[in-house]
Design a protein around this ligand. Sequence first.
Ligand SMILES: Nc1nc2c(ncn2[C@@H]2O[C@H](COP(=O)(O)OP(=O)(O)O)[C@@H](O)[C@H]2O)c(=O)[nH]1
Ligand SMILES: [Mg+2]
Length: 362
Amino acid sequence: MSLLVGIVGLSQSGKTTIFEALTSSGVSSELKGASKKPNMATIPIYDARLEDLALHFKSKKITPATLEFVDLPGLRKGATAEETKSLLSQVKEADLFVHIARCFENETAPHPEGSIDPERDIKTLDFELMIADLSTVEKRIERVSKLAKSGDEKAKAILKLMQQLKAFLEEEKPLRLYKFKDEELKLISDVEFLSNKPVIYVANLNEGESEVSENLFKIVEDNAKKEDSYAMKIYGKVEAELAELPAEERKEFLSSYNLTESGLERVVKVAFDKLDLMTFLTAGEKETRAWTIRKGTKAPQAAGKIHSDIERGFIRVEVYTYDDWVKCGRDEKKVKEKGLLRVEGKDYIIKEGDICLFRFNV
Ligand SMILES: Nc1nc2c(ncn2[C@@H]2O[C@H](COP(=O)(O)OP(=O)(O)O)[C@@H](O)[C@H]2O)c(=O)[nH]1
Ligand SMILES: [Mg+2]
């Protein structure tokens, strides 16, 4: 599962700057450019455990988990609803939105509205998402009405739900705040909404701590808190400079701005948290690899990420944690001797940092 992150925000909020910075920093030359389409990039998620494991298991290959970013091109004011909808459709596959709110002054690239106002901007973009969804809902209502009238039970249920969603959107509430029941989720599984996607907010700030910046960030943060989400600071220009630096100079550069992690590292953490994701590992001579799964995934389904045959023919998983392996001097034999290698069955829930060997039969 590669996670797809849509970078959204109004025009001139710094999306492309941040997209470029996030997708080129920390990318090894091998992977750089490999899958880079104009506004889309797949990047590896850095994980120090992989190199460590690969070294001891003499792996021929390291495969990190990946994250895909898609950058939304300009949403300009005065665009027609159709224009806006077709622009937004480019991010409809995203698992998560990173919503960039402009908090920086820049005389050479002035804000299209003439003033810095993240609260207004966030509302404007959110409104566009809701308008697009409203039109999706209305089309769906039109499509199922006739069938519903003829007594079709499923069509009746869809119609009822769509009418509820319509009312919700008309109150200017994004669908991510609607508490979908399981059976409702089934009914909309083929409908693509935008305002239902989880959102994390980024205040794109000018570098340097200042009261103005702090106050602007506070506005973005309050907005995020209202919907129980995250807000983070990114210094767009700093990230862009960071991306230009060779890896060994990045740490020092970051600390000169009082930062310990790059924007990318922080985005990855927050996105994983927001989406309830975690990583398990596999290690061997052929390959050492990180796999992304949702928290709470059971062993067979986790194995299914590797290959559907392993899920189908699942027998057991032999598992120990990365931390235990480190504590045992990176020696698998010691891990076994100490009884830290466990044999688990189909109900085992995979934990963060588990090193798994699946046994299966097909
Ligand atoms: N001062 C300053 N300018 C920025 C920052 N981020 C982006 N910009 C500038 O703002 C303008 C718009 O940025 P861009 O990334 O194209 O925005 P987009 O329309 O959202 O993709 C460009 O001239 C950028 O150089 C920032 O953090 N600080
Ligand atoms: Mg752009």
